[in-house]
Design a protein around this ligand. Structure first.
Ligand code: MLT
Length: 202
């Protein structure tokens, strides 16, 4: 997968996996990683799907309606890419924290839903429930931060609550942060994510 890897100053820190929103690139979230942890490794990936020229991590049938078969396939593809990247760049495969926005947060949530050892934690900006009606792996010990907007037209507030419950029922430790905004990524939620990151065991 097309990506950028930046080696951090401190190899005891996690690797931050950056996953952009629809129409974004691997450049988009680099400033967020600097904000969250300037000493961590950064692996920023571009989604392999092009929707009318807009990069995405998996196909959709309509806005908010996912192509499940492709979602499962692309989730596995990203999971395997993480294995390869950890080997190539020599970082700790067991210590990857995803930072995703919108479509990128959805594929990060899908990694958690389908693969027990994909991530050690995640910062999800405006995620949706990636799939329903499946058993999640045991997510005990995983720390997850969700930022949601009260007036998000793409993700209703009940869906953010539902995602929190699904992850908690699988054993994850979840913090849900609300912004009085829509689907946009705000500086307020980045500051809240940073504060959360500083408190979790890494
Ligand atoms: C998705 O397709 O992942 C969601 O609708 C969010 C987005 O617009 O990318």
């Amino acid at each position: 997968m097309k990506h950028i890897f930046q080696k951090g100053k401190n190899q005891n820190k996690p690797t931050l996996l950056l996953l952009h929103g629809t129409g974004g690139t691997e450049e988009d979230l680099l400033p967020l990683a600097k904000e969250i942890d300037p000493e961590a490794n950064v692996l920023s990936v571009r989604g392999n799907i092009s929707e009318n020229g807009m990069p995405r991590f998996f196909k959709r049938l309509a806005e908010g309606v996912f192509d499940e078969e492709d979602l499962i396939y692309r989730t596995k593809e990203l999971f395997e890419f993480l294995d390869e990247a950890a080997e190539k760049y020599d970082f700790d495969r067991e210590n990857i924290i995803a930072v995703g926005y919108s479509n990128g947060a959805n594929i990060a949530a899908s990694l958690l839903f389908h693969h027990q050892d994909a991530l050690s934690g995640a910062i999800l900006h405006h995620p949706m429930v990636p799939r329903r009606g499946i058993n999640l792996p045991d997510l005990t010990g995983k720390n997850i931060f969700i930022a949601a907007g009260i007036n998000d037209p793409i993700c209703p507030s009940q869906e953010s609550e539902e995602l929190k419950s699904l992850l908690e029922n699988a054993g994850a430790d979840v913090q849900l942060h609300w912004e009085n905004r829509g689907h946009q990524l705000t500086m307020g939620e980045v500051a809240a994510a940073k504060k959360w990151y500083q408190t979790i065991k890494k």
